[in-house]
Design a protein around this ligand. Sequence first.
Ligand code: AKG
Ligand code: FE2
Length: 206
Amino acid sequence: MVKDLLFEQNEPLKIISELGDVDYFPGFFSPPSSQSIFNRLIEDITWHQEPIWMFGKKIMQPRLTALYGDPAIPYSYSGITMETVAWDKLLLDIKDKVEHVCNTEFTHVLLNYYRHGQDSMGWHRDNEKSLGNNPVIASLSFGQERVFQFRKYSDKSEKKSITLGNGSLLLMQGATQKYWEHQVPKRAGIQAGRINLTFRKIFPPK
Ligand SMILES: O=C(O)CCC(=O)C(=O)O
Ligand SMILES: [Fe+2]
């Protein structure tokens, strides 16, 4: 009975169905699993603060990052090439669970650690050539909930905001990365950390 109720709660919510396809699964991982995954990621991942190029200037990203996956495939992102670390057991277990619902095989996971409300990620699309056409991107969130926003690339006046909770999965697919940008804005007063994992399939350069 309790299981049935939990299942109900875990039904996905359609966030975008026009010019793209985005679903939100609130309780993809249970609260205890999410807490334990969060703690292990904080401990085990080698976090780096990387520079990016913004308007011709090199600045440090307002968050920590890491890239795990198949080390034979390099991945460039916002003008930098990140070093790929080979999969570890925890990330492989998570990848299996995500692949199961997404019906896709991923080659990499990009990890972002927002240490507090002043860490953020600006408006962008995940539309690098190496992700191919209509990429499937599975985004998992652990720890502090944060606001996540979409706006159309061609009409930036209107925003859709959702809150990505602990243990949730946001699945972006179809034409989403063509027509929509997304961001994680700064939020005053947030002291707790959040970790986001985006699973991606990266095609090797030809
Ligand atoms: O932290 C998030 O929810 C989003 C991360 C993201 O957009 C990205 O890694 O490209
Ligand atoms: Fe993104």
